[in-house]
Design a protein around this ligand. Structure first.
Ligand SMILES: *[C@@H]1O[C@H](CO)[C@@H](O)[C@H](O)[C@H]1NC(C)=O
Ligand SMILES: *[C@@H]1O[C@H](CO)[C@@H](O)[C@H](O)[C@H]1NC(C)=O
Length: 587
């Protein structure tokens, strides 16, 4: 008896096999219907970002509040019994060989072939169909607790398909096999893992991560379990590990004990998707060590885009228009078909060079396990070094691009990355800083609207420069689906790379859609008189608690060269962007 129902439907005519072989081989090569996926779900396919969602927006409005990537069903080919039968023919063997040939130029190098990413897309798509088709066979073995027999003793009628899956898995995801027999085993482990937060933290980033963890537990009262991943013993020292573990339900885990890091050589950003892959959680909030939340992050699991697709992603700022053309060409070179999403991107509309900000990623591993494998794949050693991180900024765009490659859905909250902080640029950014006495005035609540002197890093003093108003200067802000501030990244001070740079007031924010970026000073400049928004009082109080937490962490670390102990600016209700002094005066 066949393990898979659709295989029981016997191939009626032997001559069908040849036709099916051709179908198999050529669906891989299909290049028709380039990025004209289904638009059935989407409004605003012109890419226009909706600037306001009604406060009463409910589940039926998900297509107003999100960009939902959906695939044309005809573009997704299931694996059929005919495909398995075809593998027994000469043509089928050739197709299988083509699918598992080396990605490298020749056997003496690890240089990837020119069109390798196009091959990889086809491989990921075939792997996905095959995986889905063979899952029932795995499930049956699992019921008998014989899953270790998956590769070793498949029933005859499945054998060629199982063999192909094994070869593809060994070639594309060999790093899972040190600790797992098949990807199904890895999938099974996290099927009932519940919800949790995953962070990747090394020693350098603990100065931010400690504030984030304390904020989650003590300010936002989040009880979500947290896993903190590091890459081998030297990455996170025992003191830091012990500190994190003093919190309930916070675990530190060495990712290299769960995945083969000899093959991956993880460093920097690349570890993030792999931490998600080995995490015991089923539903994951991946959070950078400097992602500060103004609301309980758990609300993202109730997000309708997340419920619809299994992900919620956030957009980056709209920066460097014009540079996207190259990215569009690049995507077209390896995606024979696309969802309805890429057409809406700033890349395709030549409006910007960045799409995703991966400081927070919400991901349902139960639903999109194969998508996660694909994300990991383009963060793999050779893929990231030779292609992904050359073409894009680190891991950030991989979360959606890989899902395009393997054809799994995803969603973005529609708002671009905005700004939160202070109105105006009275506190300088980057190469310059305020004299001590000016910072003291600022922290007491005085407005630095005058031409305060600024010490330049070359030792000279600049005077009589009038601060620019009509802008929000500070950190990068992200919104919930209603457009309410949800989290920000890039620190809690005006400029985390300038010593002595003071804490921000968090009085004002602006949406990306309502401003133009002055990238060099990290300010979003208003497009119209109503661009600047006042941070509501409840959220200002949360931000203030985050600053107090951050200072507490600095005092506890007590090593200013690691983390400066800064004064906390006065929290003055009338100092809001609109309250008391009006938009352009409150600084
Ligand atoms: C293999 O490829 C590398 C890199 O492209 C090249 O330098 C080398 O000459 C090739 N070796 C052979 C034997 O073809
Ligand atoms: C993996 O396979 C080996 C033997 O083939 C078996 O002993 C082991 O239990 C298997 N692991 C899992 C997680 O099934």
């Amino acid at each position: 008896m066949s393990a898979i129902p659709f295989l029981i439907t016997a191939l009626r005519k032997a001559q069908m096999v040849r036709i099916i072989v051709i179908l198999v081989i050529f669906f891989l090569l299909a290049s028709a219907s380039r990025y004209q996926g289904s638009f059935e779900f989407s409004i605003g396919e012109d890419g226009e970002v909706q600037s306001a969602v009604p406060p009463e927006a409910g589940e039926h409005d998900v297509y107003y509040s999100h960009h939902i990537a959906s695939f044309n069903k005809d573009d997704i080919k299931p694996w059929t019994k005919g495909d398995t039968a075809a593998l027994r023919t000469t043509e089928g063997q050739k197709a299988a060989q083509a699918l598992t040939s080396s990605p490298f130029v020749n056997s003496t190098t690890t240089a990837l072939r020119d069109n390798y990413f196009l091959d990889l897309t086809k491989r990921l798509r075939v792997y996905r169909s095959l995986w889905m088709a063979l899952k029932e066979y795995y499930d049956q073995l699992e019921q008998k607790q014989q899953q270790e027999l998956f590769f070793t003793a498949p029933p005859t009628e499945l054998a060629p398909a199982v063999e192909l899956l094994q070869k593809m898995e060994q070639q594309n995801f060999p790093w899972i096999h040190k600790h797992h027999n098949t990807s199904y085993d890895l999938y099974r482990e996290s099927r009932n893992g519940g919800r949790g937060i995953v962070m990747c933290v090394g020693d350098y980033h603990t100065k931010y991560a400690r504030t984030v963890i304390k904020t989650l537990r003590e300010v936002l009262k989040s009880s979500l379990p947290i896993e903190i991943y590091y890459t081998g013993e030297p990455d996170l020292n025992p003191e830091n590990r012990a500190w994190f573990e003093t919190f309930d339900n916070v675990k530190t885990i060495d990712v290299t004990t769960l995945i083969d890091n000899n093959l991956l050589v993880l460093e920097g950003w690349a570890v993030k998707p792999f931490a998600m892959l080995v995490s015991r959680f089923s539903e994951i909030i991946l959070m950078d060590s400097d992602a500060y939340f103004l609301q309980d992050p758990a609300i993202m699991f109730e997000d309708e885009g997340y419920k619809e697709t299994g992900t919620v992603y956030f957009y980056d700022r709209t920066l460097f228009p014009g540079l996207g053309a190259d990215k569009k060409k690049w995507l077209e070179s390896f995606l024979p078909t696309m969802s309805n999403h890429p057409a809406k991107t700033r890349w395709f509309r030549l409006k910007g060079d960045h799409e995703q900000e991966s400081g927070v990623v919400v991901f349902d591993k139960k639903r999109l396990f194969l998508g996660l494998l694909a994300i990991c794949k383009i963060n793999d050693l050779h893929e990231r070094k030779q292609v992904t991180y050359i073409k894009t900024w680190g891991d950030k765009e991989t979360f959606w691009i890989a899902l395009e490659m393997i054809q799994e859905p995803y969603s973005f909250v529609k708002y671009g990355g905005g700004a939160i902080g202070n109105v105006g640029d009275a506190i300088p950014y980057n190469t310059e800083f305020l004299p001590r006495e000016e910072i003291e005035r600022y922290n007491k609540g005085e407005h630095l609207t005058t031409t305060n002197p600024v010490n330049l890093k070359d030792g000279t003093v600049r005077k009589n420069v009038v601060p620019k108003l009509g802008r929000v200067c500070g950190n990068q802000l992200h919104f919930d689906f209603r457009g309410r501030p949800l989290w920000w990244n890039s620190g809690v001070v005006r400029d985390k790379y300038t010593p002595g740079s003071p804490y921000l007031l968090y009085t004002a924010y602006m949406k990306d859609e309502d401003g133009d970026w002055d990238f060099g000073s990290s300010c979003l400049v208003q497009k119209h008189s109503t661009s600047i928004m006042e941070v509501e009082w409840e959220q200002r109080k949360v931000a203030f608690e985050i600053l107090k937490t951050d200072r507490g962490v600095a005092v506890e670390i007590d090593r200013p060269y690691i983390k400066e102990i800064l004064d906390i600016p006065a929290l003055i209700q009338s100092q809001g962007a609109k309250g008391g002094h009006g938009n352009s005066e409150a600084i």
